[in-house]
Design a protein around this ligand. Sequence first.
Ligand code: NAD
Length: 364
Amino acid sequence: MSRTVLSLPGDGIGPEVMAQVRRVLDRIGGFQIEEGLVGGASYDAHGTPLTDDTMAAALKADAVLLGAVGGPKWDTLPFEVKPERGLLRLRKDMELFANLRPALVFDALAQASTLKTDLVRGLDLMIVRELTGGVYFGEPRGIEDIGGGERRGVNTQVYTTSEIVRVARVAFDLARKRDSRVCSVEKANVMESGLLWREEVQKLRDAEYTDVALSHMYADNCAMQLVRAPKQFDVIVTDNLFGDLLSDCAAMLTGSLGMLPSASLGAADANGRRKALYEPVHGSAPDIAGQDKANPMACILSASMMLRYSFDMAAEADLVDRACQDVLNAGIRTGDIVEPGMTPVGTAAMGDAVLAAMDRLSGG
Ligand SMILES: NC(=O)c1ccc[n+]([C@@H]2O[C@H](COP(=O)([O-])OP(=O)(O)OC[C@H]3O[C@@H](n4cnc5c(N)ncnc54)[C@H](O)[C@@H]3O)[C@@H](O)[C@H]2O)c1
């Protein structure tokens, strides 16, 4: 099985955290890793945040790993060449329609949540957000003058059967690798697009996923349930807008940006292989860039998602996850998650600790 990975470290802390990911992947072995530029780094070298060559390499790779893009140095560039455009082009040209955002609370960090510890201890839920349709892209859209000093702003929430089915399929497939429960979230009570969503998800489940338990929930109730009793969920599947809000809400349950991975998946090819981009949720953190202060765990956990979802390497992914957990349990912490009495370390030392834990856990 080929395992080609395009690594795009990007800007700010991106290269620092990606360097630790490279060490983890090298330790596991068997990957052909190509490196490219994205964001401000690509703009500085080539005058564009993503070259056609790098885009072609991303389309060819089995998976793409990205650090972060952006920073004050490029804030005043024209919109078309801003660092973020590189990331948007990757998502668009790879047709990544499903965004996976796990909210996982490591025991050792349960106290960092703003919620009561017992509500979040052991939390492990996955939000699957539709990423390329819905109200962010629907037509008609715009702002128009309607006379008499009035203007009108329009956006259109629109979904088709195939857009709903393909993202629901990702959620059901994921659920099968977890606790086999999916909660589909919309507002079918007030939106026709929500009613269609509910009907199509149910139809798919009844036709192909009878082994997965499906429930439906209105988005407003889901927001409440996420902060009331988040552990009731396994996989949540929802549209672009609700997913945007609910995934950020779920992220806050876990306490730290430096711990949050993500994946974006495209359609499966004939071999069942999906185009995929893995990246930490955090940005380029210019305030700490180049100082060996960044927490590399979000990026390492993104690579673990890559092992699990692109390469079917569940045992290796479990090893990486458990190594991260061990390091946290041992009180080894970067600045963003350090507490009194713990051992503060920098980015590279955190990488050292994860590698040592991997060796220990695998008897190496
Ligand atoms: N996907 C992306 O590449 C992405 C996402 C968000 C923001 N950005 C860009 O990043 C730049 C900075 O944005 P921002 O400050 O709003 O968000 P940010 O996520 O970069 O940083 C927010 C805060 O969290 C801290 N932080 C983030 N990641 C951390 C880590 N791994 N370890 C320790 N601390 C960490 C930072 O130091 C900062 O104080 C901007 O140019 C923005 O456009 C990029």
